[in-house]
Structures are given as C-alpha cells and as structure tokens.
Design a protein around this ligand. Structure first.
Ligand SMILES: Cc1ncc(COP(=O)(O)O)c(C=O)c1O
Length: 356
C-alpha cells in the first residue's frame, strides 16, 4: 500500500487538546485510506493519503441511487501501548455481505485488515491512552461512476477514516428511554435490513425524530409484517434479561447482525448467564415488565458497548425497567466486554487484533 504522508499533520500539542474533549465525529485523523475498484482493474491504487475533501461530479451514481455501505469499529490503546481492534474480521465479513446485497464489489477480508494496519501504522498516535477513550474507525464504500442510468456502478471507491471518541457516558452510565415505533419500520423481509447501507439510516431518521417528540432518546423497531415482534433499537441490538436468562431477538433477516450482540451471547456463557435467541413480541415485553419477570433491558453496539434501558414507551403506555437504574447483569456484561476491549480482562476468545 502506497503511503503519502500529510505535510500538515496535527501537532502533538493540538492532539493533546483534542483528547481533552474529543466529542464524537468532531475531529478526524491526519490520513485516510482509499482503494479504487473498476471492472477492468478490480481493486487497485491502494493508498494511505492525507485526509481531504473528495471532489465528485454531481452526476456521480452514489448521490442518486445510493450505493453506499459502511462499517464501524473501534481501536483501543492497551496498557502495553499497542493498538488493538475488536473483531475487525467480523466487520470485514459483514462489509462483504453488505456489498453483495447492494450489487457492489466485495473487498477481500485481507485487504480490509491490511488497510486498517497500514492506516494505524501512520495514524496510530490518534489512539489515546486515556481511560475510556478510543478511536472510532469508519470504513465505507461508494459508487463513483458518473451517469444517471439506474444500474450498478462500474466504479467504486473504498475509504477508511477515523475519529477519536471519549466515553459514551462521561457522567457515568445512565439508562436511556426508548419509543416503540408502530408507524415506521426499519426493514422488511427481502429488504436491506441485514446490510449496513446508508439508506437504512436515512429512512430511520423520521422515527428517531418521533421518538424525540415523545421525550425518548431512541427508537425501537418492530417487524414490518405482523407489527408485533421486537427487532432492534436505533443503531443497536437489544437484550432482555429474565433473572439469569439473557434473551435477544432472533436474526430473522431484517436485523443487523451486530458484532457486539454476538460477543455478548458468548460472554453470557463465560459469566454463568443463560443466553438465547428468540422472537419477543411487544406484548411479551409489556407482560414481562408488568409481572417483574423481565428484570433488565439493554442495547448493545460498537459506539456505546452496552447501554441500559430505563424507560420504554409506546402508544400503549410507559414502563419503567429496574426502577430506571442500570441492572447487575447489564453492568457485569458491560464491564467485562469493555475490560476485554481495553486490555484489562483476558481475551480468551482471541477477539482482539493488534494493529500497531
Ligand atoms: C442498525 C444497527 N443495529 C445494530 C448495530 C450494532 O452492531 P455492532 O455491534 O456490530 O456495532 C448497529 C451498529 O453497527 C446498527 O447500525
């Protein structure tokens, strides 16, 4: 991979100031990865280059027909001062599946991983060693052919950019409130729910706005056909805790296959909980909360790891979960998962990959 260094890279002093208040998606590292694809050459011209705006013809296909997919993962600086990514092979695989669904070329797993390694060898200093800080990495691919015909583009570019992030809950873990959307759905059978494509997120914004109108932080999606099965929450998967039993909605083809979700199913076994995947209806949830059978509810994803849910609202009423407090199972799983990611717990499943 060709490396072109940024002559105006951020100074060490400025980087320290950025780490003082990183925010989320506020600052980007000095470089980015780009690899192009064309029918004739396949993947070519792989490079790490200075972070810079893109110049695209207004008729570029992605801006009209939306062939755009992305991934999200984090890199953590461990006490040994090396930088590790959490299960990046899983992101590479999901990225390939998203590409296939959108008729885009698959980027081989090894190219995805090599890109991350080359990128971090140049921008590794952007991974802070401060507690609870990490580097959010955003690989994405767009269609770059110029033309207005509705057909798969004949050219694509793959990029990786990255942004330092601070703790998701700077004031300590605080349960969120959710609104169960009955008017809008995220995904339908045969649609793009399993793909991490940009359009899914555009279509979600109206429901997120409706959740906010109801005083809630996030939206919970239910299935498109029967309008009764709980699927996921905003950009996170859901878990329901029944004492020692930890249940997550089954992967029906309309949910995103969360990597955190998969990791939690494994960690549950390590920690003596009983994980399972099942269809859970809004009615099951209501009854479980009213009877006290459901003791905790949490959401999970790369950005926040695990977020407790304290209040659930729908047009049927409002329910409080565990008196609005983070539960023990939720916090045990959260601490363990973050412990592995940050190098404080042993990585017995070999989920971490050293990048630099
Ligand atoms: C719709 C949706 N569901 C779930 C997740 C959680 O997935 P992961 O754990 O791989 O971050 C995400 C985030 O990627 C998402 O966008």
């Amino acid at each position: 991979m060709r490396i072109e260094r940024n002559p105006s890279a951020v100074s060490d002093e400025d980087l320290t100031r950025i780490f003082d208040e990183p925010g989320f998606g506020k600052y980007y590292t000095d470089h980015m990865v780009q690899i192009d694809w064309s029918k004739s050459d396949g993947w070519h011209a792989a490079r790490v280059q200075p972070y810079a705006p893109l110049s695209l013809d207004p008729a570029t296909s992605v801006m009209h027909y939306g062939q755009a997919i992305f991934e999200g993962l984090k890199a953590f600086r461990h006490p040994n001062n090396h930088v590790y990514a959490f299960r990046p092979d899983q992101n590479a695989n999901r990225f390939m599946k998203s590409a296939l669904r959108l008729q885009m070329p698959a980027l081989p797993e090894q190219m995805f991983i090599d890109s991350l390694r080359n990128f971090m060898q140049v921008d590794g200093r952007w991974v802070s060693d401060r507690p609870e800080q990490s580097l959010y990495i955003r690989p994405f691919m767009i269609a770059t052919e110029v033309g207005l015909g509705v057909r798969p583009s004949s050219q694509y570019s793959f990029f990786i950019i990255a942004s330092p992030v601070g703790p998701y809950f700077p004031q300590g873990v605080k349960p969120v409130s959710v609104w169960i959307s009955t008017e809008f759905v995220r995904a339908a059978p045969g649609g793009t729910g399993e793909a991490k494509c940009a359009g899914n997120y555009a279509a979600s914004l109206i429901a997120q706005a409706q959740a906010a109108e109801h005083g809630c932080d996030q939206v919970v999606w239910i299935d498109a056909l029967e309008r009764k099965w709980i699927e996921e929450m905003g950009g996170m998967n859901l878990f329901f805790v029944y004492g020692k039993k930890v249940v997550t909605p089954s992967l029906t083809g309309t949910l995103l296959r969360g990597i955190t979700r998969d990791s939690i199913l494994t960690l549950c076994k390590d920690l003596g909980f009983e994980p399972s995947e099942a269809m859970i209806s809004v009615d099951d949830l209501r009854k479980g909360l009213e009877s006290g059978e459901i003791t905790e509810v949490f959401a999970c994803g790369t950005a926040a790891a695990i977020t407790p849910i304290g209040t659930i609202k729908s047009d049927q009423g409002t329910w409080s979960v565990n008196s609005g407090q983070p539960g023990d199972v939720t916090m045990t799983l959260r601490n363990h998962l973050i412990g592995i990611q940050t190098g404080l717990q042993s990585d017995s499943h070999r989920w971490l990959m050293e990048l630099c």
